[in-house]
Structures are given as C-alpha cells and as structure tokens.
Design a protein around this ligand. Sequence first.
Ligand code: SME
Length: 150
Amino acid sequence: MLEALRPKVTLILEDKEIDTTEKLQAVCTLLQENVPYYDWVGFYFKNGDKEELKLGPYAGAPTDHTIIPFGKGICGQVAVSNQNFVVPDVKAQDNYIACSITVKAEIVVPLFVNGKNIGQIDIDSNTADPFSEADERFLEYINAKVAEIL
Ligand code: SME
C-alpha cells in the first residue's frame, strides 16, 4: 500500500500547474485518504528565526497547535533531536501535546534540506501501535522528495 503511493507522491510534487503549498496539501490529502491508519497528516516548518515550529499544510481535523516551541511535544523534540520519533502509545509519553482524544499513536519524521532540519511530517493515528519501519522509510522518502522542491 505504501509502496503504491510513492509514484503518486512523485507525480504531485512534479506537477507544474500547482504551487508548493498546494503540492504539500495534496500529499497530505493523498496519505490521509489512502492509508487507513493515517488519521491526521501534516507538515510543520521552523518558523523563521524562531525556535518554534509552525503548522503548514495538513489533512484531518483542525488543531489548536499551530505553533509548537522547540523541545515541546513529540514534534518539538524532533526539531532538536533530528531523529524519527515513533510513538506506539501516546499515553506512555510525558512530553506529548494532545491534539485530539481519539489519537492513540504518532510518528514524526524530520525533513532535511542540505542537511539542515527545517521541518517535519507528522502523522496521528487513531489505531494503537500501527507504525512499522515501512512507515519510517516511506515518510523519509516523501520528505526527501519534498526537500527537492523547497
Ligand atoms: N502531538 C503532537 C502535536 C501536534 S498534533 O499531533 C497535530 C506533539 O506532541 O508534538
């Protein structure tokens, strides 16, 4: 399923008719609609010179957490660790920002441009412990492709 989505992501990112924001929006929607355990899909980016993340395009329920300070929550931790963060059970995390009570698991993968961590893709799941290494490799692929157009 994830493998089949890769060429579709590439097609979206190569589309000359739409701008970067529309491309990222289309990628979020593609993933959220086609992966049953991806309930919320969004991009966060470093907010200028500030040590905080700002919400970019996303698909799923609106969130109050449009700004996240570095170090705070799963997203804020990835902004400083530069590492993938797979959370099988959000209830087991102390440093976690709840967006919705239905969320059971989360995965955040940093997005590098020229080796610099400039943002991330964040997926929330209403399914417990749904993520495997296949999700990590898939989301790393997406971020690498997105990096080429930023
Ligand atoms: N749960 C995230 C906050 C962002 S929402 O999932 C959209 C966190 O702990 O950083």
